[in-house]
Design a protein around this ligand. Sequence first.
Ligand SMILES: Cc1ncc(COP(=O)(O)O)c(C=O)c1O
Length: 359
Amino acid sequence: MVLPNHGANPHYFVNALGLQLKEDSIDFSENVNPLGVPKAVLQKWGEYGQTIHTYPDPYASKLREKIALQNNVSIDQLLIGNGAAELILLIANHFRKKKILIVEPTFSEYRDACLAYECEVIRFQLFQYDNWHANVEGLFEAMTEVDAMFLCHPNNPTGTILDQTILLRLIQRANENDVTVIIDEAFYDFSDADISILPDIKDFQNVILLRSLTKMYAIPSLRLGYLISNSEIVNKLKKFQQPWSVNGIAQQVGLECISDEQHTIRTRSFIRSERKWLYHVLSQLGYEVSPSVVNFYLLKPKGSNDDLKPLIIYLIENGIVPRHTYNFLGLDGKYIRLAIKTRAENDMLLNVLERWAQQ
Ligand SMILES: Cc1ncc(COP(=O)(O)O)c(C=O)c1O
């Protein structure tokens, strides 16, 4: 019999004793203020106010069950995190002091997390930016002598994906070389095509699939993400995670979000048509964009190889804040990254970019 190490979440304790928790039980194992949360909080947060006065489920079981069901994986293959960012840190901790390949240009947290855990980081620049050709052969070579590799797919900041057969070959080769592949699908659900690698990787033991709920459901402040891998890796990573890392509101809101399938369908369709329209207008205005499949893209004036600081300043002076690319390997400020927003907001952006192009 394994008893929980903490009070609160009484059903885990009661069930471990082989008993059933009575519906109206009073939880004397949890030492929080019996007078509850301050009134102002209750008034403001309504139903969620009831959620915060008790400890969150440390295993996020309901959310895990639902995500497992939706993705057709078993519950012990899933770990919920306080944002995908927390899971990246857990993974880096797992590979502490090991040799890690990062496919660049990409999300800088992989590198920061790996360096924090004293990994030896090898950066591989995948693209030629003049034609977006991916140096796949170079990548195959680079990954043979590492312990793990991070691949963001679709990639931040380019919004691009690899061909599915290439990706599978890569995972296969990594498997043969004992390399764990961490595939970050934080933005996969913004694409209208089925680009997730999940259905094809269930038999591989060397893959960790990362996902975020903060992008699609616009809840970055709540922090919610998950990973799917084999149960052995999941158990190891869970040990590094601080207890109750995923708060109760995040768990509750997460359940509500993933139950709203229409939201994702509507979003994908909106992003697809908006991106198509934006790309058409931007090309007419004299801009080049990355071949993105999601809700952001890289942009530069056609043929430009300049530092785009003057454009960044112009945009900011006109009420548009772009993402700079100075900290992305090989981009070095020669592109800016732009999100796809509402039609009205995209129109404002195009207006300013049109004026800049006409200068
Ligand atoms: C590629 C990628 N992965 C993970 C994250 C972190 O996501 P979360 O908000 O779930 O921590 C981000 C955030 O920008 C991201 O761009």
